[in-house]
Design a protein around this ligand. Sequence first.
Ligand code: PEP
Ligand code: MG
Length: 684
Amino acid sequence: MNSTEEQVLIGAAVVIPNLAGLHARPASMLAAQAKKFASTIRIVRNADAVNAKSIVAIMGLGSQCGDSINVQAIGADAVEAIHVLTALLASGCGESQTDQSTEPHHVDSPVTRGIATAPHQIAGVSASSGLAVGRIVQFRHAAMEVPEHGGTPALERLRFNAALLEAGVQIDTLMVEIGDTAESKILKAHQELLGDPDLLKLAAEGIQQRKSAGFAWRAAFLQYASRLEALEGNHNALLRERGNDIRDVGRRVLGQLVEGSHPSFELPEGAILIASELTPSDTASFDRSKLLGFCTTTGGPTSHVAILAKSFGIPALCSIDESALNLAEGTLVVLDGTGGLLNGQPTIADIEQAQARIVELNAKNQQDRLNANALALTRDGHRIEVVANVRNAQETMEGVANGADGVGLLRSEFLFDDRDSAPTEEEQATVYAAVANALGPDRPLVVRTLDVGGDKPLSYLPIPKEENPFLGLRGVRVSLDQPAFFRTQLRAILRCAGLAKLHIMFPMIATLEELRQAKSILAEERSTSNAADVQVGMMIEVPSAAVLAEQFAREADFFSIGTNDLTQYTLAMDRGHPKLAQKADGLHPAVLKMIALTCDGAHKHGKWVGVCGGLASDALAIPVLIGLGVVELSVSVPAVPAVKSLIQRLSILECEMLAQEVIQMGTATEVRARLTAFASTKEE
Ligand code: PEP
Ligand code: MG
């Protein structure tokens, strides 16, 4: 290629490898690189050509995995620009898994939708359990009055630049305050949006046409947000989220331009916040010590707000009835995150009862923690192992401090996230050894091999676009498809045998052939390692595995039931779908029957069964699981003390009778009603 300043140069076609197309993260990396060149650069797909220096323009292209695109440039450094950007596009623009900032894949709690039994009760879906008495704070994104006309274009430009600067400072300050969290990554993307040339150009054009800076800016960011939200494609939820990011950052700048607006929001003490939605900027700016609970009218139990509430350890409801938006500011309410209800007009007795319950719950928490090192023995002397679901050594140490008997699920995929190339054997072995050392030689460690694919892309392990990612290359299927990758992981895991009681388990096994193939690769790697005493098991997440559990049990040392996936595959309900949230219930009798089949099949061959899905942490479900024959519960780290304490109040006999009764029922509602009645007899 020869470059002249007048000639448009065209790069070779590249097939987009990113599973979610060029969305926020790859788009921002591409734009950042493009900005280093003086040339005018466009990304071209068929008839569409967009500015390569603009994140919103690249995202707006709506490109998908497998699309063919190329880079075009004109200018002095066009040749180099095309070379660098074409290579970047072909390599996936450094995309990594954490871009999928909603994490439907890793939620530990099953779904409860409250049932309002009185007019003042407002039902929602439980997003985080717990109880709180507090005062309503209605959080609205105030509809700002934005005058159409302002001063001269020169003056409006000055105001606009000052507003951009101030918004940037605010975001910087927030990022420092919240440290290195998922939210801080989102805020970083917001920072980049503030410098997006296409957005700024559109706003500048508006100002030039004698609109006020606020009016021009609002028109620009709303146009881009709606364009993203209107895109068709496989990743609509993701694009909607990016649309929200643009609105979020847009409002922040607008707050600077509109008189009398107060972008910073002071929470009063003891607040229970009601909002239609909460953006990352909103939640990052709240004073957490004043916040007792959240309710949002949108979102599912895996939404941003739900994940956040769990990490704060406060009750929250999502998809709450819209009538919650009408509750008067300052109203004293009772929020029951566990039961999925907001009592908007509690009587004095209701409040006293809730307050007494909160005192009890706090005391019980403390007591459970004190007793958490005791074994979880039922009243009639049967031991249930209570182990933890963890992602790394830090969580393992917290689990042990909370009384966990070991680790029942190490979600190894977290080692593979947020990076541009796969971790080496050495890197992986270091992490597995740290987890194993945190446990010591007498505690079990169950390492699950890589569980990604389909809905969870890894940039360095491209999987072609799929119509139904949950039914595609996912879990062990990815490992079998990429044996070299799989072997590296197995070698790394085997290196920690002996540091803890090592168990290796394969996710999402659907057929015996898959189990055999995975086992035979493992056997080959074991023959060259000196790892002794490794138990090899599988997850039961697919109905075929539960139905044929007896056949699988001949060839697996143990089963661990992933109730999150088993529920979605048994009921054919996407686990991340907000509209199905309340129906995709792990306590549905069909799911319980799958668990019963699994236990019966395992026991015929003397194998043990654990549960590592969200149901294991659910107090209602635990008696049934134990009654069906489950002997290991792998639960979220904070839940360990309470789960142990509950087991100590149960007897195997009563659990078995209860289990046999509920698996005869026809609906999840009936099961829940019966289990709630049973649980009330077990309260301390
Ligand atoms: C499950 O499916 O229940 C499980 C434990 O796996 P994950 O939630 O990681 O898919
Ligand atoms: Mg799973």
